[in-house]
Design a protein around this ligand. Structure first.
Ligand code: COA
Length: 206
């Protein structure tokens, strides 16, 4: 049966090119992960907040390598796009990602964590901002962002990058300490008739 609404992004548009390196502001880059980052991921997941909010642990380099394989596979299959947030000097600060990419409908879900020592300097919003600008540039239309209502730092990332609060998904995520209500935020691409440019401060300056 013919589809009356065309796919927003033709199959192969993302996977047909290497995953790009993105500039996320002065001295900050987003680059694809490599196997060499595995020990850093193990270290990042020693942080209790990272384990708590992501409901998982990464105990060994082998497990981290599996995770990184998944990031690479996600690009190849156009289902996710995951970047390391790094300084110009090469220090890895954290991760930003688009997951559950739906190329037909043009939607994806934003995810992120920063290493404990890298928090509080705006790296997550800068990374999410640059990644979102890229996503709208390749034709995605709507990005969603979910976080536990108890995760105030994550809510601040959503607010700083212009993801509007659409509602509370009640008792939507099971964490180790029980069910959490979840904020659903979303940001619509350039076709939205907004006068402001919420990603403006996070667009790379050339
Ligand atoms: C949520 C998170 C990604 C924010 O990253 P970030 O780069 O620190 O973001 P920002 O620098 O913009 O700080 C966001 C908020 O974190 C809080 N914060 C500031 N310094 C902090 C620090 N040193 N440690 C922890 N939180 C801090 C503040 O509330 C800040 O909001 P403000 O700028 O209005 O004061 C990061 O705290 C993190 O990785 N947390 C653990 C994992 C997690 O929660 N992932 C998201 C799951 S939905």
């Amino acid at each position: 049966m013919p589809n009356l609404v065309p796919d927003l992004i033709a199959p192969g548009t993302l996977s047909g090119v290497p995953q790009p390196v993105l500039t996320a502001g002065p001295g900050l880059l987003l680059r694809p992960w490599t196997a060499a980052d595995a020990p850093m991921i193990v270290d990042a997941f020693r942080d209790p907040a990272t384990r708590h909010w992501h409901c998982r642990s990464v105990e060994s380099v082998a497990e981290a390598e599996e995770l990184i394989d998944g990031f690479t596979r996600g690009w190849r299959t156009e289902t996710s796009a995951t970047w390391a947030v790094v300084t110009a000097g090469g220090e890895v600060l954290g991760r930003v990602a688009l997951r559950a990419i739906g190329t037909a409908k043009g939607e994806a879900e934003v995810a992120y964590w920063m290493r404990a020592a890298a928090r509080g300097r705006g790296a997550a919003p800068a990374g999410v901002g640059a990644m979102s600008a890229w996503a709208f540039g390749v034709g995605l239309h709507r990005l969603i962002l979910n976080h536990s209502t108890r995760n105030e730092a994550s809510c601040r990332v959503a607010q700083k990058t212009g993801f509007e609060l659409e509602g509370v998904r009640r008792s939507a995520e099971l964490h180790v300490d029980g069910w959490h209500d979840v904020h659903l935020h979303a940001l619509i691409g350039p076709s939205d008739q907004r006068e402001d440019d919420p990603l403006g401060p996070y667009r790379a300056a050339g």
